[in-house]
Design a protein around this ligand. Structure first.
Ligand SMILES: [Zn+2]
Length: 60
């Protein structure tokens, strides 16, 4: 199962969740603050690069 990185705007934390691709677009809840102000980060190139997300770059 792919690991999807998420970012919580509320507590300014990133976290990763194992999700099926079909579940990846559903509403996520932050495991730290239980808030739903959560943004999914880009998951492209995750398979061949970075096994662990240390420095998450903002893609703006
Ligand atoms: Zn949070």
């Amino acid at each position: 199962m792919p690991l999807y990185p998420f970012y919580c705007k509320k507590c300014d934390k990133t976290f990763e969740v194992f999700l099926r691709p079909s579940e990846a677009n559903q509403e996520m809840t932050c495991p730290y603050c239980q808030g739903d102000d959560v943004e999914r980060l880009s998951d492209k190139e995750q398979d061949d690069l970075t096994p662990g997300v240390c420095g998450v770059k903002e893609d703006t």
